[in-house]
Design a protein around this ligand. Sequence first.
Ligand code: ADP
Ligand code: ZN
Ligand code: ZN
Length: 724
Amino acid sequence: MYAEVIIDQDAKALDKVFEYIVPEELPARVGMRVIVPFGARYIQGFIIALKENCNYDVKKLKPIKSLVEDFSAIKPEMLSLMRFMAEKNHLKLASILRLFLPSEMREGKVKELFVTRYSLNLKADIQLSKSAKKQQEAVEYLKEKTSATSSELCTLFGAGAVKALFEKGYILKEREQVIRSPLSGKQDLKNVKLNVMQEKAISTICENKTYLLHGVTGSGKTEVYMHLIEKELSKGKSAIMLVPEISLTPQIMSNFKARFGEKVALLHSGLSAGERFDEWKRLFSGEATIAIGARSAIFAPLDNVGIIIIDEEHEQSYISESNPRYDTHDIAEFRARFNSCPLLLGSATPSVESYEKAKQGEYILIELPVRANGKEMPKIQIVDMINELRAGNSGIFSSQLVSDLASVINRKKQAMIFINRRGYASFMRCRECGYIAKCSDCDVSLVYHREDNRLKCHYCGKQFKVLEKCPQCGSENIKQGAVGTEKVVQEIKTIFPDVKILRMDNDTTSTKNAHQKILDEFKNTLPCILVGTQMIAKGHDFENVVLVGIVDADQSLYQTDYRSTERTFGLITQVSGRAGRSQEEGKVVLQTYAPRHYVYKFASNYDYKGFFKKEENIREVATFPPFSRIIRVLFADTDENYVRDLLKSCYNNAIKLKEKYPDEIIYMDAMKSPIKRMQNKFRYQILMRVRLAHADEIEKDLFEIVDKASKNSVFFEINPQNLS
Ligand code: ADP
Ligand code: ZN
Ligand code: ZN
């Protein structure tokens, strides 16, 4: 018997199938990890196939040395997924297989955790001398408790006594596996009666299709997810549910734990290595049947998947931007089709791409248009910050927001102040008229680069001089940059010196459980103001929050890509959804320098459909995705001459694609990347925008050109989230 083996190494040259002889006595199966001789050493690999005949000279083949473990760590479904991803994402096989296992397992660092547990030997006739006091006490203790861990006994009665009892055969030793569980403590189970629309959604979602659940914030989507999962579990199936960032959605987690208990396994980066490994094993063995986690949980080692759910499907975090690059939606689609089960995408603000697919009939649209508790969405008031400036207020807060905050404090309620700093990019803006410097070719905002004091377009690479005067109104009051959370806290303190203010951002949440601590304190403090970044935007359900202030809504609007308007709409909707979730009506104050921008008109009316229509039209006219595909190939190397030459030769070949596909390539250019050097590597890129009809072929041709020329693997990105 012969095995096809993928070597667990990162080099491009090794990214192919190697053949080995399977020794007769070795119980090798497909998907197992093995140790194989390679050159002068032994390394780890994966068996991806077994066969009776080999393709090479048998005399040159070597035998597999041993198995890493006695089970197939890579299940058949995952092998198919590997092939799919290699083709779709142009990835190396080894790097894909690594995604399927907890990294701790690969490195052999983490093992199951065992403790030693003692109990009385009931067959023994226990005779202890009077002087052996500690031993007698230990025996009494065990009589009462039946069993105790070694560390418990040793702490109470001393290691000597425990050892003596064991040696006399009075107590028995047992190894017990400890499951390191990331979520413990009790959770309350909420029992709600589903409304008609929820019921209808649940009965609709049953086929091997993709469903888009468009439900306003608070419409009870989580309840729908839980029922669907319950339905599948009762049929003996398993479920995968993805959430953007677990630490930001503690409530979802505790709801699931309360309902499904030990059936739930968590997979995300916030776990300790041991926790992650144990959770993975529980899913692998079928002990846990619901995998919940961020992006990487889509690779959960579950069999017989009955439903896959992606909550907040529009979130950027579902696209992996570092190597290996992939879009979680594609993987979810693959696994759903493989298991013949529904894929459910849920959001209050679906991505334009997904909604377009629903419109075209590729996805089935389901709507939950009202909040489950019947409450109205909070009113959103748009405040024109340019008017504030003209009126002499150059602070961070409008007079409206200040007076609303004062009222919240008086009524002993709570407010959230949201500062939008996602993908923080600094742009230049005229403080008089709101003018933003934009690229003359691409119609996206320019990014200020401090190191060479230039404005640059992150789409085409074009550079511009820094503005000294506003070309629109002539003012010299031009500012760059954004306000931070700290600054906002400071300013509130000067206005309301006595009110309790909490801050939640990257700086204040770096330690474990810091999120939860801040949220708990917020929950228990009245009145209180919580200042935060997008971390406070979603999921939270605080009944006393009656006001949400959005300090500078425009921040995400002027990021440098075609999705920025869409992202702004989503953020406003999410943050606004935090206000007025119980008795009292909520309100949102939205501060902007561009009050007439269409995104604010639609967002303030919660008009997703209106927004979509407008956005769809703009994208179609400008041929941006979903009406085209953007392809970026990034070359990076420590040797600048090498990358530059590589870029040139690839580009010279790529340019020929224009002849092959004369009408398909809308844009193509080669350039330095906006961030020229990163981690000591020089970065160059080919950027391309192509029509959809032949996008797959062009992508494939381009990949072949680049792959042939490059000694290293190259980064291929499709519709990248940012082009830095
Ligand atoms: P979403 O995820 O759509 O924002 P949630 O699932 O978090 O909404 O639900 C919002 C609130 O409404 C939660 O407190 C939830 O317990 C409650 N809820 C959900 N469904 C119902 C229902 N049918 N009746 C009453 N309350 C409900
Ligand atoms: Zn101006
Ligand atoms: Zn440009």
